[in-house]
Design a protein around this ligand. Structure first.
Ligand code: MLT
Length: 402
């Protein structure tokens, strides 16, 4: 008899964004003429930077000639991209990361979801609440139950406090999804020191790093001394360069990064990840890696910056409009997400916006119980749509006050 992994039955019925899609579909079937404005899932709307398009075209041309054709690439990514990442994303900020510590992949969601495979079943986890649901769901799938939730509420500025009990694997996400909160160098140093003292490992999700505007904020955990021993960092081109459909990301696993056997012997996390990736992953396509590389040219950097500014301008508009309507909001300054406090329950407010304004948001409780009475509004849409969305919300609140 084929038996299932019963841990799957401990998950909520559907993944947050799948549940939202189902509700949207049901709404559209009932209201086929209503045009929705989607400020829910963080999916980009602006076209790819032209440098990326040119690089992809050229790479495809190379694949059409027997002289320049390429088959399988290295599972961990081509050197040209790994070297560009190490130089521009890390060494340029004083973080001593080498190209062979970079593992190129097809998404930060896959990397952050797969990484837990390297660790024992009975480790203790620390997961912020609210946070990107992939961290918890992938551990539940793997049968892990020992979770310490790090509550992030208005009274701690949506920043997790250090765990009061010992933990082994810590998930941090900055700039944060969903709250938009960012972490200072001093605060991040506390986490790195905690991990060093407790032989713990931090999985640092920096998928929204490109949105950081405040010059004092760290962009990488490796800007903190000692972090290379206790942290893995995840980055993505999805929101940075509009690659949600193109797919390219990377994980940094420094050579100094260590985990332990039950007997206490130190093992290289990088070697484990290399073993895992070479076994289960065949690498990202050559044209896509060339497109990612193009974001590091001077022209590419300027185009990426303009994209980020476009979405941050949307975010500023959303935040100011919602505050004028009387909502208390955070985020949107170093992040594309605005985290809004609402008086209703989160799904109730989601339904109100959908039914009364034709606006899709993300209910905060989908990111964890502390997200109750909050919704997340994404700045990823066209500016004219964002403007219209705010007018629609204002009108809906006037017509049917909550
Ligand atoms: C989000 O909306 O939280 C993200 O777009 C989801 C993702 O990147 O997988």
């Amino acid at each position: 008899m084929i038996r299932i992994n019963e841990s799957f039955q401990k998950l909520q019925n559907s993944y947050l964004f799948a549940e939202i899609s189902q509700r949207i579909q049901a709404f559209q079937q009932q209201n086929p003429t209503q045009e929705l404005i989607r400020l829910g899932i963080g999916d980009v709307t602006q076209p790819l930077p032209s440098v990326c398009v040119q690089a992809m075209h050229q790479a495809i041309d190379e694949l059409t000639s027997s002289k320049t054709f390429r088959g399988y690439g290295p599972e961990q990514g081509y050197d040209f991209l790994r070297e560009a990442i190490a130089e521009h994303d890390f060494q340029a900020r004083g973080a001593n990361i080498a190209a062979d510590e970079v593992f190129v992949s097809d998404g930060a969601k896959c990397d952050v979801g797969n990484f837990q495979e390297l660790f024992a079943q009975d480790i203790r986890l620390a997961i912020p609440d609210p946070v990107y649901p992939v961290y918890l769901d992938t551990n539940v799938m793997a049968g892990r139950t020992g979770v310490v939730y790090l509550e992030c509420r208005a009274d701690n500025n949506y920043l997790p406090d250090l765990p009061k009990e010992p933990v082994d694997l810590i998930y941090l996400c900055f700039p944060n999804n969903p709250t938009g909160a960012s972490i200072t160098r001093e605060q991040l140093t506390l986490w790195v020191n905690y991990a060093l003292e407790n032989k713990a490992l931090i999985l640092f999700d920096a998928a929204y790093e490109a949105f950081i505007q405040d010059e004092d904020l760290p962009h990488s955990i490796y800007e903190i001394e000692g972090a290379d021993k206790v942290a893995v960092e995840f980055r993505s081109y999805s929101k940075t360069a509009g690659f949600t459909g193109v797919r390219c990301a990377y994980a940094v696993v420094p050579k100094a990064c260590t985990a332990y056997t039950a007997a206490g012997d130190a093992v290289s996390v990088r070697d484990l990840w290399m073993r895992r990736q070479t076994t289960k992953f065949n690498g990202v396509s050559y044209p896509v890696q060339r497109a990612a590389e193009a974001t590091y040219s001077p022209e590419g950097k300027a185009q990426v910056k303009a994209l980020i500014q476009y979405y941050l301008n949307n975010a500023a508009h959303i935040r100011a409009a919602l505050q004028r309507m009387g909502f208390s909001c955070v985020g949107g300054d170093n992040s594309p997400y605005i985290w809004v406090q609402v008086e209703q329950d989160a799904w109730g407010f989601f339904d109100f916006l959908l039914n009364e304004a034709g606006i899709v948001c993300t209910p905060g409780v989908g990111f964890g119980p502390c997200g109750e009475n909050h919704v997340r509004i994404s700045a990823f849409n066209r500016f004219d749509k964002v403007q219209e969305a705010m007018l629609r919300i204002e009108a809906a609140l006037k017509n049917s006050p909550l």
